[in-house]
Design a protein around this ligand. Structure first.
Ligand code: MF3
Ligand code: CO
Ligand code: CO
Length: 272
């Protein structure tokens, strides 16, 4: 199906009362190719971070790896200057849920867990993904949190069926799994459409009800990026920088993110 055929099918379903994506959420094959290229660079940048990250490194050094390697691999970090964001990546340590700002003062210590979240732009197309890294010897509890959140993301991805799964199904699966471990899922920040801009509609909530919300159709490109807290789900924004989000109870938080494209009969992880 090309974009026109997909839209025709979507409009038919809409007439029947199904909650469907807007026309703007449906990309052409050519656009998805562009997003794929950006995502490949994004994945390579994170691979580079993975190969260099080590105890006693500052998060500023990670920012430098991201800044330099993004360019070396043919792209550019998309977050620098985005709504005034002052760095090239996000580095969120332990109880930082997301949008940790790299700093020369933040030194990765043995036992820390850190999320590195990159968005790369290539030829006007965007890819977005993040991973957790374990610094030195990490407690069993923290290791489990990181592994389990990745498994939740993988499970949600594996469950995606074009023309069948809804956004609510994604949130349902992730939240069910998280709560089964006694964890809680952050609701205030979630996944999003991506590709022609850093953040596009729809919002992808990681808490949801089965068979509710928007139908997932071919042509959609979006992230799934659950933020899961060891303790309570509540979070607060650091008023001193207006970016970094922390768990309210000081418990640890982990996150993984993929950029996902939907095709006629399967979904594909573009950036991981
Ligand atoms: N990569 C982040 C996301 O997953 C976007 C961060 S925007 C920033 O949505 F400005 F905080 F970097
Ligand atoms: Co991201
Ligand atoms: Co994202």
């Amino acid at each position: 199906m090309n974009r026109e055929e997909i839209l025709a099918r979507i409009h038919e379903l809409k007439a029947k009362g199904v909650e469907v994506p807007t026309d703007a959420m449906i990309k052409t094959d050519e656009q998805i190719e562009g997003i794929r290229k950006a995502s490949i660079v994004n994945t390579k940048v994170l691979d580079e971070v993975a190969s260099q990250i080590r105890p006693y490194m500052s998060t500023h050094e990670i920012d430098e790896i991201v800044r330099i390697k993004s360019i070396e691999f043919g792209g550019k970090s998309a977050v620098y200057g985005y709504e005034g964001y002052p760095a090239y990546t996000c580095t969120s340590i332990n109880d930082q849920v997301c949008h940790g700002i790299p700093s020369k003062k933040d030194i990765l210590m043995p036992g820390d867990i850190v999320n590195v979240d990159c968005t790369t732009v290539v030829d006007g197309y965007f890819g977005d993904s993040s991973r957790m890294f374990l610094i030195g010897e990490v407690s069993e509890q923290r290791k489990k949190l990181c592994e389990r959140v990745k498994a939740m993301l993988d499970e949600a991805f594996e469950a995606l069926v074009p023309w069948e799964t809804t956004l609510g199904d994604i949130g349902y699966l992730i939240n069910r799994k998280a709560t089964s471990y006694g964890y809680q899922v952050v609701k205030e920040v979630g996944g999003h459409g991506v590709g022609l801009e850093i953040h596009e509609d729809p919002y992808v909530c990681h808490v949801g009800k089965k068979h509710t919300g928007m139908l997932i159709t071919p042509g959609m490109v979006f992230t799934i990026e659950p933020m899961v807290n060891e303790g309570k789900r509540h979070v607060f924004l650091d008023a001193s920088n207006d970016w970094t989000i922390y768990t309210a109870d000081g418990s640890d938080s982990a996150q993984w993110e993929y950029t996902i494209a939907v095709f006629e009969d399967h979904c594909e992880i573009l950036a991981k």
